[in-house]
Design a protein. Structure first.
Length: 86
């Protein structure tokens, strides 16, 4: 029954891979099986094939975009758990 929520998901961990776009920037958030999170940032205007990770040299942008992505992931998880969006 789609109206019954039978499983609850943790709202502070997000397994797998997610990406966040803010043209021309694209941030990848990659959670490993050990729980460690790696982020990669690409300038798609200059690097459309995503070969040059510029996360370290753009720390402020990386931090901002990671925060936005994780806020969105938390909101989606809250919805899956039957709660209001953040």
């Amino acid at each position: 029954d789609a109206g019954q929520i039978k499983k609850q998901y943790p709202e502070d961990t997000f397994p797998g891979h997610a990406a966040w776009n803010d043209w021309p920037w694209k941030l990848h958030r990659i959670a490993g099986k050990n729980g460690k999170v790696k982020v990669e940032l690409y300038d798609l205007a200059k690097d459309p094939m995503e070969k040059n990770n510029v996360a370290d040299s753009n720390a402020n942008r990386t931090r901002k975009m990671r925060g936005e992505l994780e806020d969105w992931l938390e909101s989606v998880t809250r919805s899956l758990n039957g709660k209001d969006y953040k």
